[in-house]
Design a protein around this ligand. Structure first.
Ligand code: NFE
Length: 503
C-alpha cells in the first residue's frame, strides 16, 4: 500500500513523504521537496556583501544562521577577524534565534502530536488564554465545519496523553511559549537590527554598539527565556518521554552524524566552540573536512554533475528528469549518509566529553529514562537534544554578555579582495549549515549552501542509500497505514524546513 503523507503540516514549508506499507510496516519511504528556488544563481555576479542579506531570505525561521554562515565564509575570504565584541554580538543574535526556534518547534510544531488538545473542553479555571481557547474550540466543534478548530482538529488517530491536568498545563505552555519566542526574537533584534531578517549581521561583527542599556535589555529578555526552558520546556519534554517510552526506539536513522560546532568562544571563527564539531562515523568522532562533502543528484531534478564537491557544485534544474522525485540534493560525507541536527550536536559533543553541561544533562536524562546516549538517535532523542541545546545556549548567552566591553568596537573594517574564496560553517537549529563563496573581480562568481534539511531530507544517493529521514521511516510499525501518526511523529522530530532544503 502506497501512502502520500503530504503535505505534512506543522513543518516549515511543504514536504511530501511517500511511504509504502506492507503488513503495517513502512518498507519504503521517499522525501520529496517539490519546488525549485535557485538562491545560489541569484547571488552570482552580485556584491559579496549582499550575500549575508540575500541568503537570509532562504528562510524566515533560521535566517540568522544563514547570515552567520555567510559572514564566516566572507571573513575567511577577506582574511578578517572581528573584534572580540563583534564575535560576541554574532553569538548573541544567533543564539537567541536558536532559543526561539526550539520553543517554536516543540510547542507549536510537535507537542500536539502527543498532547490531547480536547482536554481543554474540561477546563474550569480562570486563565484568560485557556478560557479563550476552550470557548473557541467549543464553538468550532459546534459549527459543523468539515475542518473544525484547525490546525488542532481534526487530527491523526492514535494515542495521546491521558492526564487531563497535564494536557491543560501543556496547552497553557503552548500559549506562553509564543510570548517567550517573542522575547527571544526581541533579544536577537537588539543587536541584529530586526527579526526575522537581520539588517545588522556582517562579516567582521555587528554595527550596533555594545551599550550598557542594550546589554541589560538583552539580559533581562534571555533570563526570562532561560527560566521558561528550565521550568517548562525541559520538564514537558521529559513528561512526553515518560509517557511514550517506545519513541526512544522509533525513528532511528541508519547512518552517521555531522555537526560543525556552534558559537565560537573567541573572535576567530575556528576558536573552540560552545558545542564541539565532529563527524561521528562507526562510533568514532573525527574532525570535519569540507572536502569530504559531495552532493549526489541521481534522484534529484538536476542535470548537474553528481558527486561534486562543494567547490565544484552545479545548479542546473531538470524538472522532467526521469527517475528523480525531489528538488532536494543528496549531500554525503565521504560518500556516506549522515544525520544533522540537535541529536548530532549533542551526541558529538558528549562523545568528546567537551561541554560539561551537555554531559550533566545527558547523564541525568539517560539515567532517568534508562537509555544509552546513542538512543538520542530517535524521536524522543531529537526532542530532548533540542531542549538540552536550549539550556546550554541560554546559559552561554548570558555569560557572553558579561564579556562584552561596552564602548569598544563591534565591527572590523571590510575590504573585499578581487579574488578569494571562503567556507563558513555553523549550526543552524536544524543542523550543519555550510556556505561557500568564490569571489572574482570583487563579485560573487560562485555561491553554494549545503543546508541542514538538505542532509536530513535527502533522497537516495547514487548508491541507492536513503537519506536520514527516509532511513528513519523505513521499518516503522504503523497501527493505521492510512494515517500513520508514527511516521508523522518521526518526520516532526527532524523539524524539516523545505524552504531551506531546496533553497
Ligand atoms: Ni528554514 Fe534552516 C534548515 C535551520 S538552515 S530552517 O534546514 O535551522 O539554516
Amino acid at each position: 500500500m502506497r501512502i502520500e503523507l503530504g503535505p505534512v503540516t506543522r513543518i516549515e514549508g511543504h514536504l511530501n513523504v511517500r511511504t509504502t506499507v506492507e503488513d503495517n510496516v513502512v518498507v519504503d519511504a521517499q522525501c520529496m521537496g517539490e519546488m525549485f528556488r535557485g538562491f545560489e544563481k541569484i547571488l552570482e555576479g552580485r556584491d559579496p556583501l549582499d550575500a549575508q542579506q540575500i541568503t537570509q531570505r532562504i528562510c524566515g525561521v533560521c535566517p540568522y544562521a544563514h547570515a552567520i554562515a555567510s559572514s564566516y565564509a566572507q571573513e575567511q575570504a577577506y582574511g578578517l577577524t572581528p573584534p572580540a565584541n563583534g564575535r560576541i554580538l554574532h553569538n548573541l543574535v544567533q543564539g537567541a534565534n536558536h532559543l526561539y526556534d526550539y520553543l517554536l518547534h516543540f510547542y507549536q510544531l510537535s507537542a500536539l502530536d502527543f498532547v490531547d488538545v480536547t482536554a481543554i473542553l474540561q477546563y474550569q479555571g480562570k486563565d484568560a488564554g485557556l478560557r479563550h481557547l476552550k470557548s473557541w474550540v467549543q464553538a468550532e466543534l459546534a459549527s459543523g465545519k468539515p475542518y473544525p478548530a484547525a490546525p488542532f482538529l481534526p487530527r491523526l488517530s492514535g494515542t495521546y496523553l491521558t492526564d487531563a491536568q497535564f494536557n491543560i498545563g501543556a496547552l497553557k505552555h503552548y500559549l506562553e511559549a509564543m510570548e517567550i519566542q517573542k522575547k527571544a526574537n526581541r533579544a536577537a533584534a537588539i543587536f541584529g537590527g530586526k527579526f526575522p531578517h537581520s539588517t545588522g549581521v556582517f562579516p567582521g561583527g555587528c554595527p550596533q554598539e555594545a551599550r550598557i542599556d542594550l546589554i541589560t535589555a538583552y539580559q533581562s529578555l534571555i533570563r526570562e527565556v532561560r527560566e521558561f526552558i528550565h521550568q517548562k520546556y525541559l520538564p514537558d519534554v521529559a513528561a512526553v518521554a515518560a509517557a511514550f517510552p517506545e519513541y526512544w526506539r522509533i525513528g532511528v536513522s541508519q547512518g552517521g552524524f555531522l555537526s560543525y560546532g556552534l558559537l565560537p568562544r573567541g573572535p576567530k571563527v575556528d576558536s573552540e566552540r560552545l558545542l564541539a564539531p565532529g563527524v561521528l562515523l562507526d562510533g568514532e568522532v573525527r574532525p570535519v573536512d569540507f572536502e569530504a562533502i559531495t552532493q549526489d543528484v541521481g534522484r534529484a531534478r538536476y542535470a548537474s554533475g553528481s558527486g561534486l564537491t562543494v567547490r565544484d557544485s552545479e545548479l542546473r534544474p531538470a524538472p522532467q528528469k526521469q527517475g528523480a522525485y525531489t528538488w532536494i540534493k543528496a549531500p554525503r560525507y565521504q560518500g556516506r549518509m549522515v544525520e544533522v541536527g540537535p541529536a548530532a550536536r549533542i551526541m558529538i559533543d558528549y562523545a568528546q566529553n567537551h561541554n560539561p553541561t551537555v554531559r550533566t544533562l545527558v547523564d541525568r536524562f539517560t539515567k532517568q529514562f534508562d537509555i544509552k546516549p546513542a538512543q538520542l538517535n530517535s524521536v524522543l532523542g531529537r526532542h530532548l537534544s533540542r531542549a538540552i541545546c536550549a539550556a546550554v545556549i541560554a546559559d552561554f548567552l548570558l555569560s557572553e554578555t558579561e564579556r562584552l566591553d561596552p564602548g569598544a568596537p563591534t565591527m572590523a573594517d571590510i575590504n573585499i579582495p578581487a579574488t578569494a574564496e571562503g567556507f563558513g560553517a555553523t549550526e543552524a537549529s536544524r543542523g550543519a549549515l555550510l556556505h561557500y563563496l568564490r569571489i572574482e573581480n570583487h563579485k560573487i562568481a560562485k555561491y553554494e549552501c549545503v543546508v541542514p534539511t538538505t542532509w536530513n531530507c535527502s533522497p537516495r544517493d547514487d548508491k541507492g542509500t536513503p537519506g536520514a529521514l527516509e532511513s528513519a521511516l523505513i521499518g516503522t510499525k504503523v497501527a493505521d497505514p492510512a494515517e500513520q501518526i508514527e511516521s508523522v511523529r518521526i518526520v516532526h522530530s527532524f523539524d524539516p524546513c523545505i524552504a531551506c532544503s531546496i533553497h
